[in-house]
Design a protein around this ligand. Sequence first.
Ligand code: DMJ
Length: 662
Amino acid sequence: MPMGGLLPMFNSPPGGGLGSGLGGGGGGTIGGLGIRKVAGPGAFRLTEKFVLLLVFSAFITLCFGAIFFLPDSSKLLSGVFFHSNSALQSASDHKQGLGLGGIGAGSKGEGEGEGERAAAVAAAAAADNLAKIREDHERALREAKETLQKLPEEIQKDILQEKEQVLQNELLNKGNAGGLPHLDFRPPIGAIGREPTDPEIRLKRAKIKEMMKHAWDNYKHYAWGLNELKPLSKKGHSSSLFGNIQGATIVDALDTLYIMEMKDEFREAKEWIEKYLDFNVNAEISVFEVNIRFVGGLLSAYYLTGEEIFRRKAVELGEKLLPAFHTPSGIPWALLNLKSGIGRNWPWASGGSSILAEFGTLHLEFVHLSHLSGNPVFAEKVFGIRNVLNSLDKPQGLYPNYLNPSSGQWGQHHVSVGGLGDSFYEYLLKAWLMSDKTDLEAKKMYFAAVQAIETHLIRKSSGGLTYIAEWKGGLLEHKMGHLTCFAGGMFALGAACASPELTQRHIELGAEIARTCYESYNRTAMKLGPEAFRFDGGVEAIATRQSEKYYILRPEVVETYMYMWRLTHDPKYRKWAWEAVEALEKHCRVDGGYSGLRDVYLKQETYDDVQQSFFLAETLKYLYLLFSDDDLLPLEHWIFNTEAHLLPVLRKGGQELEENHK
Ligand code: DMJ
């Protein structure tokens, strides 16, 4: 469009102040821009000059306006021209652009007063800007240097730690961690021990680790993700104890894998747990078995590693078990449908009773669940059980195996330190120890119970073997179960922690029980102990009934050896333990893992074809500890639940994590 097309709008009288002033002042400039050439060689008329002047001044105004009002990023280019230090520029490029410094300098000359003010403001801003740029630059250099000085693993660790922290915070913020409080996890004490210095012991320990590998590899190969392994059929084994919760061997084996430093296997186990361990099942489970193996195994893995997944799963499962306590007395049902929350008792249990060893073996795990979740409900439930027990009269000071959850009264007056009673006594002692000896009620109950057991149940055979009989309404059955053999370790541990007058007597009692249980092994053809042995009809420490001659890879005898070894360092306990290892290798080891035996008095093995998960959780763990130095899992810091899972002592004043992870 020709310029002339616009002219009518700017029709003005010829001459005039503004026009001549601008024209006079701006002639050279216009000439400098070459406008005349564009307009042609002829002279401009006054109106044309005026219009040109207006257009030019509008153009100048626009230029200044653009510099002042465009966003920061568009100022970058103009700024570049006002800085000579390219290092500073590049550092500041990652920040904001160069800001006012350059523009201030370029804006001078617009009018003296305003120009000076603007220049002063701009200079101050430029100085600020430069200081900031320098600071940023130095920080960036410092960070880069620190990063370069770190080893790649350290960097990796930092990233992982940050991720873990973020995850934890997210969970807490979402309130979706089951109300789990933030815990400052510290590395645990003695979770990995030194190699034993004695070369023979080192070899023996390595052998036990190899046994664990054989058991684990075969489980992984033939029964991965199922509860247990059938080592002869080479397939999975299901037990109704876990309903259709799967992976019992994986969860039970976790902490043994960890202390044996079987890192790949531990990682596989953890990955399986993350992906597949599921408690949302419509099935009836044994509250006791699921608690000691699954809750215990997960808690132990959490305390060893600090991995949040284990804590979350343990608390989730604990919550699923709570409906078992919906009974008139608060004594929980033995069996619970995890979906419906409906509970009941074993049909064979006297008058619909709950079992002492079952409801009495929740205490340690439930106290820890409250501790880790910040939810007191778990601890309230188990202290509720204790209140019921304390409110009842005990026949001769003894605790019957049966208690009716509806009436809150004892069922049949049968008493046992073996099956149906055993771990209730164990948990009284360990509740006291786990509380850093502050739970004096538990201490009192434990020592009163042991006193009654000594008086009414413990006897010596004519051959000099001390044993713990069973009590049936006042009459003694002179039989001792393999399960009862754990009591040797319990008496010795209680003695080591109790007042001096008990110490010697109870350590000796522990040693005597250990010897009796050793004899029960030594008097068989296979050098492995039967399920129960008797002290009547002319026999001592021998099974007389066919139904009591089996051995299912149980741990109680080596468990007692482990405590006796730690507390006395008498070499006979290692000798006896090694005899058990040799017998396991000779009679229980098969191509596909380890199997239980139907009759330990025969020369030829008849297998039961089950590799129990407690073989990995307990038997192999106690054996490994027997051939390790005492710095691995020191007893003053760790409590073993009844499935040999690890729980730290809860230190006075709530400092347990500090104390246990120094
Ligand atoms: C384990 O599950 C536990 O030790 C429980 O307390 C008793 N029975 C088995 C092992 O024999």
